[in-house]
Design a protein around this ligand. Structure first.
Ligand SMILES: C[S@@+](CC[C@H](N)C(=O)[O-])C[C@H]1O[C@@H](n2cnc3c(N)ncnc32)[C@H](O)[C@@H]1O
Length: 246
């Protein structure tokens, strides 16, 4: 019998924020494909999973996915596409040999997760592939929790923006929607802080770096970090309806 492929959300960092189901599936899968952002680099998702489950008896296929922008609806960068296809090939070989494979992924797979590009490539190799997606706690909810703020209440509406993509629409979004979550925001604060100031929204914003990790930092004074080097794991919440309390 062929194996099954699991995309497993492992939460935002704190090993206590991984679900019981994720733990069970990761324990049961003999093979993990661990995504790494740098060549030969650390896999954050693997680190989180290993905080709860001993990986020593697993076959760990560490795989590098280059950190390049993906524009939906446009042809992906060839290096990025090749990494997805190579991952699919590695996974498919394991599945063909009857092994279940887990791809642990940071936060929740529904939010900007490489696992879904790999799944698409896998479908081309094996249209009958059996897959299950295990949801996780996203850094979005964890960031709101760290800042002790809701994302939305009553009739509030929430928008998620990947801030590495410069967009003229951001100002309109901030004016129209009650709550805006900016992800991939670590290199965008020099653009966003003046905009938030112009819209008088600085007191309605909070940025959390490395939410739920050992060295989590909650920043309310955004002018102080406007030109600071921030960690890639940074998420900004702007909640217009009710200023974020300090
Ligand atoms: C590729 S996306 C992955 C999102 C992930 N699937 C999730 O549900 O949180 C990476 C972005 O998620 C956010 N992120 C992920 N983990 C984070 C953390 N522990 N603290 C703050 N932001 C985080 C950052 O905005 C980062 O640039």
């Amino acid at each position: 019998m062929k194996g099954k492929f699991y995309i497993v959300g492992v939460g935002p960092g704190d090993p206590e924020l991984i679900t019981l189901k994720a733990i069970r599936i990761l324990k049961e899968c003999p093979t993990w494909l661990a995504p790494a952002a740098q060549k030969e680099g650390h896999s954050t998702a693997l680190g989180i999973a290993s905080g709860t489950i001993d990986p020593s008896e697993k076959t760990i296929l560490k795989h590098h996915f280059p950190m390049k922008k993906v524009h939906m609806g446009k042809t992906p960068d060839p290096e990025v596409q090749a990494a997805w296809e190579k991952a699919a090939l590695l996974i498919n070989t394991q599945l063909e040999n009857g092994h279940n494979v887990a791809l642990p992924t940071l936060g929740d797979p529904a939010v900007y997760c490489t696992g879904f590009y790999v799944y698409e490539a896998l479908l081309k190799l094996n249209p009958e592939v059996s897959i299950e997606v295990i949801p996780g706690i996203s850094s979005i909810g964890a960031t709101a929790a760290a800042a002790k703020t809701p994302l939305c209440l009553g009739d509030d509406r929430v928008v998620i923006i990947p801030a590495i993509f410069e967009s003229d629409a951001i100002k309109d979004v901030l004016l129209q929607f009650e709550s805006v979550v900016f992800m991939k925001v670590h290199k965008a604060m020099d653009r966003l802080v003046p905009l938030l100031e112009e819209l008088n929204l600085l007191d309605s914003a909070v940025l959390v770096e490395r939410t739920s990790m050992m060295d989590e930092q909650v920043h309310y004074d955004l002018k102080a970090i406007q030109n600071k080097k921030l960690h890639y794991f940074s998420t900004l919440i702007v909640r217009r309806t009710r200023p974020i309390s300090i």
